[in-house]
Design a protein around this ligand. Sequence first.
Ligand code: ZN
Ligand code: ZN
Ligand code: FE
Length: 757
Amino acid sequence: MRMLMRLRVRGTVQGVGFRPFVYRRATALALGGFVRNEAGGVLIEVEGLETELSEFRSALCEHPPPLCRIDTVEVVSMEPSARGDEPGRFTIAQSSDGGGPGYTIGPDSAACEECLAEVEEPSNRRHRYAFTNCTNCGPRYTIVRTVPYDRSGTTMSGFEMCPRCAGEYEDPGDRRFHAQPNACGECGPRLRFTYASGGILCEADDAVEEAAVALRSGRILAVKGLGGYHIAADATDELAVAELRRRKARDEKPFALMVAGIDVARRLCVLDAVTIELLLSPRRPIVLAPRRRAAAVASGIAPGLVELGLMLPYTPLHHLLCERVGRPLVMTSGNLSDDPIVHEDDDAFERLGTVVDGMLFHDRAIHVRCDDSVLRVAGGRRQLLRRSRGYVPEGIPLPGGAGRAVVAVGAELKSTVCLATDGILVPSQHLGDLGHLEAYEAFLQAITHLSRLFGVEPALVAHDLHPEFLSTKYAIDSGFETVAVQHHHAHVASCMVDHGRTAKVLGIAFDGLGLGTDGTLWGGEFLVADLREFERVGHLAPIALPGGTSAIREPWRMAVAWARAAAGSACAQKLGRSLDPRSDRVLAILERGAQPTTTSAGRLFDAVAALLGVRGKAGYEGQAAAELEALAHGVEYERTDCYPAGSSRSEGMLVLDPAPLIATVIEEVSKGASREAVAAGFHRGLATATALAAARLAEENHLDTTVLTGGVFQNVLFSRWVEETLVAEGLRVLVHRDIPPNDGGISIGQAAVAANR
Ligand code: ZN
Ligand code: ZN
Ligand code: FE
């Protein structure tokens, strides 16, 4: 019997070769009908015999194109139409603008093997063409202006396809059938190279050649990539890297490296199977991996750290450049200090002009700036630290209720925003620190752009409790109904989302600073929480925060406060004077009392780093703590002392007191113990005390599952030791995987809580 079947497919199904795939399946089965993109996904109507239709339906979900992800297929069977379609003809129809909300645009994807082979083949018409792509690879999210996903809605709209490209685009048997960014050297975007002093010097492949020569001779270049500009330099050139540090002033963050292939990566870092898989994945993130002692890169790449951030080339341009330079390249975000990555050409000339000697750029506009994503692998498990290019705008299933549409605006540093709609969460790319005007503009753009792409009319805006965060002010001024979500509750919720969990957990939220419900700054919290609500059941002992947030960049201030609490004023005075000339003044303020206090674990790590002389001033938040971790890394667990901590009850809450830990640190340092041993002893002591406190609280609250969240759990050593102790205590431990444990995950937690209220 002839039947008509209508299928609505949702998931990552636009821009990934899904329609041609459907076309091929349908024609193979001699079915009539059409497939078309709609704002909610893809709509298919097929007409034919019942047996063929059911075969078609099951074929859809088997072996879909590599970048495609089908989440749901809604099927309606109907009477055959009298629409007069020629029987047996199947077409790819024009997109319609209607349809409900949905997620349809895929993330940007690294050049596929077939495209790269063409770029390398001298007889191919795309030989050395830097913008080669197909339906299985290439730019997506960063070039999309509007949905449905069609060339006219992307930054490729201004390039008219030449007859040969148009032929590929229209041929259902071709790999480029309906590949929206399809292009070749004749009709597509063009590369240019120019020295910063001005004038277009050369184009196309000559531009790559000239850029490679410049890099090899120690020049610093801006290179336009998928989501923004990188600043590139020869990573093996001490002088070039030192000069880049000098020009980027104030910035002490480690530089990421791009290497030509896995073999080169192996010579620089120790790589396990998971790391290799991530490096090679089409998402092509930066992966942090333990550096080899003999790694042949300049000393200024990642000073004081045990890891290097590596990535492999992800556009044909990167491949061509890496191959020509033949050395690892520094590929750091093109920005000044903490500004968002530069993505517009005028901006690049204006703002990077003083940093670089030349620019390798092109005329395909980047609509959405998108930094590289960053991951780390610890104990064979991945953990995302920055969720951006290659991941965004992929959705994450929302555990619990699919309530009203929510926009969550995140925190302040490492800002992201997140939509909740129809049972999914859609986090934005990394936006930067909102205190920077550029980042704030990116924040506003992300909210409107994502809402438009996903057809979401937000009913509810979720925000942090902190009234001074620009994100909070935006939420209050938005005029929409708002929900305030406590910072550490959002951290715990984000990890629950990562594991699809709704039932109550004992959350350990250790981070820098977040405003608590009592008006003080929290950061070392034990919370009994689910996706609706939380109860604070324990915390680190509060300590004065001398100088407020200036303590973030000046860990010596926390060292003075903790030394005073642990060993008395006289000792704090002596130690303080060796750290900073202003310490007497800080101590006097502490003596007067009435300082704001914090329970922050991040600031505790800072204090120990300063006491050990690792670092009294930080170039970026968490730098001192990261270097303290690096010190402790070489020490074996069995040979590490477990420094003691105190614990007591106050107002029904468990208070974990680090003062005895600090006292031991001071004592050991004065006895001349090695800094490595003291750093490790502190890590082990705090980890053990934290885990045991959590185990007690879990038992009291009849919970068997714990969550480790907050920026402090980016510390691999601390994280591992807490987890091991919890597991030994018989508890289940959830750690972050695909959602960052730092404030980049806050908007996701906020959205989940707001949607579940
Ligand atoms: Zn391809
Ligand atoms: Zn062409
Ligand atoms: Fe936080």
